[in-house]
Design a protein around this ligand. Structure first.
Ligand SMILES: NC(=O)c1ccc[n+]([C@@H]2O[C@H](COP(=O)([O-])OP(=O)(O)OC[C@H]3O[C@@H](n4cnc5c(N)ncnc54)[C@H](O)[C@@H]3O)[C@@H](O)[C@H]2O)c1
Length: 354
């Protein structure tokens, strides 16, 4: 029996509703694969902030480091500014553990309707690879004349050749591993951002030269947004900066049916540190506490975690169970047009695993 220690940060809002369903699925699939899980729950997030003035305690990173992986629900609270919640928990973890590759697959499951009328189940199958530690999210900048009428804000993006190169190589490797269309699209804006994105483009050309078996295209981010809607079937792996990929992966999430299906992995591919797995969605305060949030994005994220931890069979079973629930079309939360609860969807996945 192999034991995996998983740090669990359920976080805020619907995060606390989706995480228990993912734990149920992990326990069930673990049982079949001689795996046991030790879940170390950390009650960090908005409530911690209200009590202690911090989203997580000072030694948080040290507590997470010994774990095999981190499973995260969502952070964000209507009464706390979003930059406080994000910079107080999520971004420090991603940076401390050098989780530079944020992988966000978008697959249109058979049985799920895309808001785009043309694609059928299986037609959309792409993965957004987001640079996760630098770029537009670098904490570099400041205020001058703060709160005065002449207030000035400066926010500087940081693009390094090392940072660009490693995420691009990772994207090309994924294109090979997936072995589907063997295509990588690079997202740029070098027509307007004449330094950072020019470095991005040059690095992409250099890295692409090492992968002659992979087809490439370079798209301005505005054109990419349009093409995610116009020709989503043409994409395979899409690599972009922290901000561009964050925005594009919301488009890819909705064209495959719902934010409630969008899973993600924050990977340190070198495996020096634990990687973190979380749904793409936030704490969804508009539906929090109603028991109707779709748990499938979190369950699929837990599946990605199993794959990363070397239990590929169990990961495939989780994905197949989710696909079977979606194909049946009987048990669905309201975001997918159904009337089922979060718990009922979790139970339906467990039944498919059995
Ligand atoms: N990774 C994160 O923790 C993360 C990501 C994005 C936003 N946030 C935070 O979450 C809060 C809310 O942000 P937002 O409203 O822009 O984004 P959101 O993702 O929380 O919600 C956007 C919309 O999608 C719906 N939705 C999201 N997930 C769903 C699911 N699993 N099932 C059904 N419907 C779902 C919500 O009801 C809402 O209408 C903010 O505080 C924001 O900063 C956190």
């Amino acid at each position: 029996m192999k034991t995996l220690t998983i740090a669990v940060i359920a976080g805020d809002g619907v995060g606390t509703e989706v995480i228990p369903q993912a734990k149920r699925v992990l326990e069930k699939v673990g049982h079949k694969h001689e795996l046991s899980f030790v879940f170390e729950d950390f009650d960090w997030g908005a409530e911690h902030f209200f009590r202690w003035g911090q989203m997580m305690p000072a030694g948080a990173i040290d507590l997470l480091q010994p774990c095999d992986a981190i499973l995260l629900g969502a952070v964000g609270h209507p009464k706390i500014p979003d930059h406080t919640t994000l910079n107080g928990l999520l971004l420090p973890i991603r940076r401390a553990f050098d989780q530079y590759a944020n992988v966000r697959p978008a697959y249109l499951y058979p049985g799920v309707a895309s808001p785009l009328s043309r694609p059928k189940g299986g037609d959309i199958d792409l993965v957004v690879v987001r640079e996760n530690t630098e770029g537009e999210y670098a904490p570099v900048g400041g205020f001058v004349y703060r709160y005065q009428p002449e207030e000035v804000a400066i926010q500087t993006s940081v693009f390094t050749r090392r940072g660009c190169e490693r995420i691009m190589r990772f994207a090309f490797e994924i294109a090979r591993q997936r072995d589907r269309k063997r295509r990588v699209a690079s997202i740029t804006k070098s027509n307007a951002q004449g330094y950072s994105m020019v470095l991005w483009d040059r690095t992409f050309q250099d890295v692409a030269a090492d992968y002659p078996d992979i087809e490439t295209e370079s798209l301005l981010v505005d054109a990419a947004a349009m093409n995610f809607i116009r020709r989503p079937e043409s994409f395979d792996v899409v690599v972009g900066s922290n901000l561009f990929s964050d925005i594009l992966s919301d488009i890819s999430a909705i064209i495959v049916g719902s934010m409630g299906l969008a899973a993600s992995a924050n990977l340190d591919p070198s495996r020096r540190f634990p990687s973190m797995f979380e749904p793409v969605h936030g704490s969804a305060p508009d539906i929090a506490g109603k028991g109707i949030v779709n748990p499938l994005a979190t369950i699929l994220s837990a599946g990605m975690m199993l794959d990363h931890l070397g239990v590929a069979d169990a990961a495939r079973e989780v994905q197949a169970a989710v696909a079977a629930v979606l194909a049946d079309g009987k048990v669905r939360t309201p975001d997918l047009g159904g009337k089922s609860s979060t718990e009922e969807v979790g139970t339906a996945v467990l039944e498919k695993l059995a």
